[in-house]
Design a protein around this ligand. Sequence first.
Ligand SMILES: Cc1ncc(COP(=O)(O)O)c(C=O)c1O
Length: 408
Amino acid sequence: MSGRDPHPRPVADRLAPFGTTIFTEMTQLAAKHRAVNLSQGFPDFDGPDFMIEAAHDAMRSGHNQYARSVGVPELNRAIADFWRRETGEGIDPDTEVTVTSGCTEAVIATLLGLVNPGEEVILFEPYYDSYRACISIAGAEPRFVTLRPPTGAAAGDIVSEPFTFDPDQLRAAFSSRTAAIIVNTPHNPTGKVFTREELELIAELCIEHNAVAITDEVYERLIYEPDRLPHIRLATLPGMAERTVTLSSLGKTFSFTGWKIGWAIAPAALSASVRAAHQYLTFATATPLQHAAAMALNRGEDYVRSLVNDYKRRRSMLATGLAELGFIVYMPHGSYFILADHSAFGEKSDVDFCMRLITEAGVAAIPPSVFYDNRDNGKKLVRLAFCKRDETIREALQRMEKLKKPHG
Ligand SMILES: Cc1ncc(COP(=O)(O)O)c(C=O)c1O
């Protein structure tokens, strides 16, 4: 070995613009500075013991070889049963449910399976960053619709109105080249829960333009405002069942984000397209964890109820603490993130603010401009996760008291 690679190649063009994800970068920086990590959205506590037991039992009972590609039958059935409890609609677990390695794999499998190179996919910005990269991997073009914060708030305010979009911008984003729209509700990072009227407009445009809706509902159980309940699924609106792929996963609901058990629910014809890609991406997902996931969906309601109560309390703790420090807080209606405006601290950009937050206060957060096509739209904002223990949030807020304000 000479130590020199005779054929060095840079990252392929389709991925070069995206670099390393911000989550990896911030988590590495957090470790380096021993920061309290409110950046990446994973709990700093474990999910329920009964799931760990169920995973052990599955391993001990010999569920250790490749699973059926579309999911172990018990899990497909548990997902179909969950869907019936939620929507009142029966679906076929074998042809309409596909188990994937997290929602992340479901997103790319759906885009690769349904969208042709050169077609367009509409997404709301700020967006979960994998959407943008996966659209590029599929050879498609993104079209953006911007979610904007309510105006008129001052430092220290907690704003309860949601982010909204301009219906005309949405209408203008659709064209004869539109293959799909991605709708994430409850939404990361704004915490927005799309209203029935907003979803009806999306449905109307999908039908008019013969487009598919891909919904990312990983935070479907994490909704805190009574007037945003029950969770509304685009697939249940008139004319949408046949053109919607509903994606979700287990990680957020059961606090095991590392298990990466996700799924896609869609009519058989659309599911066949998702499966066409899934079989060559991962083929199948960890067998014993699928068995434990089935158990969680069948018997986990008590856990979910108590988790939602905990998150409701932590949402208030973080929101109140941030407002007292001088942030404008956009109260999330769902998900486990808060977006806040950091203008009072005098930094020009969200990246500068997050660097200062880590180095001056020892707290890691996410700069949301990376979730926008026009990065300027995110530069006043910072995203903090509250899927953390009470003491973690308390410690983060205490550390943030060190942040100096230019006029304070
Ligand atoms: C909106 C959204 N979709 C998908 C995912 C990833 O889900 P999974 O861990 O199931 O792949 C996340 C994780 O943060 C997310 O916020």
